[in-house]
Ligand binder design. Sequence first.
Ligand SMILES: [Zn+2]
Length: 270
Amino acid sequence: MYLADYHTHSRISPDARSPMADMAEAAIAAGLDELCFTDHVEPIVWATTQPRGPYDWQALTEEFARAQAAVGGRITLRLGVELGDAPWDFAHTERLMADAPQLDFIIGSIHMLSAAYGCTDLYYFDPADDAAARRGMADYLELVRQLANWDGTYSVLGHLTLPLRYLNENRGFQLTFDGFEAEIEEILRILIQKGRGIELNTNRGHTPLPDEKWLRMYRDLGGEIITLGTDAHDPTYVGCAIRERQELLRRCGFRRFCTFRRMEPVWHEL
Ligand SMILES: [Zn+2]
């Protein structure tokens, strides 16, 4: 089975420390055939709401070249980014990305709640009870809907059910997105219609984002484009649960998954 990790962060991301070369060595050790780096790019300065200046694309491409040189032909490496929170300022996001080098893959994702929540990063969202948590989840889905409707360039929607990572794993809630079927179906329909995909984020072995119910909905709506990624921020988690989640995709009716080269999908049998 072809194994690829399509969501990883290196020291080019503000919340990770590892050189790409170390991530690539970990991918080889994990038996992966392909690794895509998806370091964070946002229209705002990390952890603030200030518009950011030009992105340092040269630092990204030089780091990637070092990793390529280090691993030689032992694994296929691809260069992507995780383009976060574009709805914060679509026009500024487009200006940022206009200077980007040729990328292989772009994850579009939402990490922050809206201005009604002070643009709080989901990591810091600390609701008092289930009802407050679900209001935040609704706010998050509205931003995801805006991202889905945006005609900017990205390949897949990242970690559709991200709030569950923080609410359930960090804050002790036991929430699901049950009750948001209409909102999620609309988002998935828009993505499919615009020729974009979703990712199955293996979430470092925890509950996948999204999990089986939403993967089945995507498939039943005709969704095909899907990548698998761990969201590893250090070598430990590179490749984590990729095999198991490929099996989950098969159970949900998928027969193939994607990697990307120069923004074009490359299909692999499941
Ligand atoms: Zn993310």
